[in-house]
Design a protein around this ligand. Structure first.
Ligand code: ARG
Ligand code: GLU
Length: 751
């Protein structure tokens, strides 16, 4: 009995210790992580995950569209990624008649798969540590500029001498704030077609209310396919292209997950900052996040109202709204999480420890003043950083008319710089972009956003950061922001496409006059002048110094804590996170289990609702409990949680089991843990994945897209024994028997 209790305590303790922080470089796994990964239950070797000599897991992973991750799941280049990663493409193929957002889409044959100009899929051929060559000739006493130009020259030489094929490219990125450099040899495919997507009522189920939240019930997936030329190489879109033959693709496990199972997430995390000083964390939690949240609160309230009232607006604003709402909600969770985990205090304790070690060791005397210097710099930069946050938000992503104004102002600038030639060239560019802008533009909504945000600029910014023109326009409107907006919107050509086009059709000087006298263009120019004269010079000056200091601080942390295992901050390069399937306890007396089921979808179901409607076909399958081989004890798994350290960019990343099979698709983190970008805390940081069985169920049973299931490789690693040696394919008759009553001729192979 005593033994049992002991081993139970051990198990429990081990569970806590085992959840692992970090986003690791695939080529260093053998050195840094393999032992720990195996102790967590991994049955593969580091070489199975990343190898330059044979096909390995990394050959099934792509950066999708520059900002997401996707994985190859068949020998015909079939790609799995999130619904929200394919959202822009799905929207662009949607009309009121063929509304793929609303109804989903499944290409019946290869020929029906839809091309997406500009969409790319990038593989990594290999990764090399090039630190020595990158830093050759760099000395400690160099100033920032000389240092950077020396490094730039080195990087050029490294890329030029890199061994690669004609269709490959080389990129070199700094790690640990420029203390290390790695080169990535990449292959980018440019013909990536939409194969299928569930309706938003599945792919975006729960929309903004559920976004960043557990328990979750979203089938956040879509499918694409990579096409290559007849030599299997990247090519621009062509009807002659054929499906890619990948070096590796992920088999998909039908056996599901249990709490404590090993998980690995492979992908392209975008950006984290885990090694900042406490002053930076307070600035984020107390100043920057609250400013951005407040601006978006206003825009989103207006957009949401418009989208609920009008189906056309709902399509037009779907993508814009999703991206604005996504970061908005993340920041809210981030602030909460930073406070809840006392992140600033934790950093302060870490800094106290750092200073203690620095003070007793003369070797580190050069780091004595480092934190004090940070304190001063963050104090100095904060008013500029706050003003910049307001301007960036309002001018850059909330008030849409400024985006159009910015393009037209670009024409007059080009004219000032290059005369008529500049004018003509820039005008052509603007003309090309205009249709896309107006296709999804509603001036009546933007006018209300404009009114709200001009009030923010006037009320939230100090005297030094005010635009005189805005003040005058406001006075002319009798101090009313609504009247101000009405004045601008009824007098600006920017509010409608025909008027904007007419300006472009005028003779050059009339066109320029039209632009410089437009109230929207004028106001933007005046705001930009404030920004460029009063905010960015100081901001950049302090920020440059912070960056230099951060590089020193990074090196200092690695020297002062030589036994701490450091992982580089995310920088959109290929990484691996690993952990386990695990629930969490966000509050006293609240415990979340790690798996959700279709029951939960039905609990949330609100007929006809904007976020929580459930399609009839899915309700029918639920009523009949018709889950085929994808159910588990009469229930259908939907999403699950893990302790893998992930961030934006990991969307669409595969969740992989101990043997290298796909078990799920990463798409989110829990609300309480979004501060993991600054301060991963194993107690409440969890990533959210859609269960591979739910994906297969939707493709197969819901959509009937069995041609796709047939090209996948479905496996039973748990049932058939993980370590069973790879067997020859079974004769067809046996395979079919194993599938039992399944209608679709699914290929189920032994692991
Ligand atoms: N939160 C996830 C991510 O950061 C999913 C976003 C999907 N968008 C949405 N508004 N529901 O990207
Ligand atoms: N949804 C995020 C993305 O687009 C992933 C979730 C996260 O930020 O962790 O990459």
């Amino acid at each position: 009995m005593k033994k049992l209790i002991l081993s139970l305590t051990f198990l429990l303790a081990a569970r806590l210790v085992f959840a692992v922080e970090g986003m690791w470089l695939p080529l260093l796994l053998g050195l840094l992580n393999e032992t720990e990964m195996k102790s967590l239950g991994m049955k593969m070797t580091a070489e199975d995950i990343y190898s330059v000599n044979k096909g390995s897991l990394k050959d099934a992973i792509v950066q999708f569209g520059g900002g997401c991750t996707a994985e190859v799941i068949s020998d015909k280049g079939l790609l799995l990624t999130n619904h929200h990663c394919g959202f822009g493409q799905i929207q662009s193929h949607s009309t009121l008649e063929h509304n793929y957002l609303e109804d989903g889409f499944w290409a019946k044959t290869l020929k029906d798969e839809l091309p997406n100009p500009g969409l790319t899929a990038m593989f990594i051929s290999r990764i090399e540590d090039v630190t020595a060559a990158a830093l050759a000739g760099v000395t400690d006493d160099m100033d920032k500029k000389t240092r950077q130009s020396t490094i730039d020259k080195n990087l050029d030489a490294i890329k030029k001498s890199a061994k690669m094929e004609a269709w490959e490219e080389a990129m070199v990125r700094p790690f640990f704030a420029g203390n290390q450099y790695f080169m990535f040899i990449t292959v980018t495919y440019k013909d990536v077609r939409l194969v299928g997507t569930p309706p938003s009522s599945i792919g975006k189920f729960g929309a903004d209310t559920d976004n960043w939240v557990w328990p979750r019930h979203t089938g956040d997936f879509s499918m694409f396919r990579i096409y290559a030329d007849k030599n299997n190489r990247p090519a621009e879109y062509s009807t002659d292209n054929v499906p890619l033959k990948p070096k590796h693709f992920l088999p998909i496990s039908l056996d599901g997950v249990a709490e404590g199972d090993f998980t690995l997430v492979f992908g392209f995390p975008g950006r984290t900052s885990e090694y900042l000083p406490s002053y930076a964390i307070s600035q984020i939690a107390d100043v920057l996040d609250p400013a951005r949240i407040m601006v978006r609160d206003k825009t989103l309230a207006i957009w949401d109202g418009g989208m609920r009232a009008d189906a056309q607006v709902k399509i037009q604003y779907a993508s814009k709204q999703a991206s604005l709402a996504n970061a908005w909600k993340k920041w809210k969770g981030e602030v909460l999480g930073l406070r809840k985990t006392k992140a600033v205090k934790k950093k302060q304790q870490y800094e106290a420890e750092f200073m203690k070690l620095v003070t007793i060791n003369p070797k580190f005397s050069k780091y004595q003043g480092l934190l004090k210097e940070f304190e001063q710099l963050y104090r100095d930069i904060t008013p500029y950083a706050e003003a910049k946050a307001y301007f960036d938000e309002i001018l850059g992503s909330n008030v849409e008319i400024f985006r159009a104004a910015s393009r037209f102002n670009g024409i007059t600038k080009a004219h000032e710089k290059n005369g008529e030639a500049g004018y003509i060239e820039e005008k052509q560019k603007v003309r090309d972009g205009l249709a896309a802008f107006y296709k999804d533009y509603r001036p009546e909504m933007d006018q209300r956003v404009f009114a709200a945000q001009m009030e923010v600029l006037v009320k939230k910014l100090g005297k030094d950061f005010q635009s005189e023109m805005l003040a005058t326009m406001l006075a002319n409107a009798g101090g009313s922001y609504e009247k101000l907006a009405e004045n601008v919107f009824s007098n600006s050509f920017l509010t409608n496409q025909a008027a904007a086009n007419a300006v472009l059709e005028k003779p050059m000087f009339d066109g320029i006059r039209g632009i410089v006298t437009d109230p929207g263009c004028q106001l933007l120019n005046s705001l930009r002048d404030v920004y460029n004269a009063k905010i960015t010079p100081k901001y950049n000056e302090y920020n440059d110094r912070i960056e230099v200091l951060q590089a020193t601080y990074m090196r200092a942390q690695m020297e002062v804590f030589p036994n701490k295992k450091f992982y580089p901050d995310a920088n959109s390069t290929m990484r691996i996170s690993y952990g386990q399937v695990q629930g969490y306890q966000p509050q006293d007396a609240v415990a979340y289990s790690p798996q959700t089921y279709l029951e939960g979808v039905m609990e949330k179901y609100v007929p006809g609702d904007y976020e929580f409607d459930v399609p009839a076909r899915l309700r029918e399958l639920y009523d009949k409990k018709d889950y085929g081989q994808y159910g588990e004890n009469g229930k259908l798994p939907v999403c699950f949680l893990g302790s893998n350290h992930t961030t934006g960019g990991n969307s669409g990343s595969p969740a992989i089991d101990a043997h290298g099979n796909l078990i799920g698709l990463n798409f989110d983190r829990v609300w309480e843990g979004t501060m993991s970008d600054y301060n991963y805390d194993v107690s409440i940081c969890r990533n959210i994945m859609v269960d591979a069985r739910y994906v297969l169920f939707i493709v197969d049973k819901y959509a009937g897209a069995t041609r796709l299931i047939q090209e996948m490789k479905l496996v039973h690693p748990k049932k058939d024994g993980p370590s069973a040696p790879k067997k020859e394919k079974q004769p067809k008759s046996i395979r079919e028997k194993k599938q039992g009553s399944l209608k679709a001729p699914v290929k189920v192979e032994d692991y």
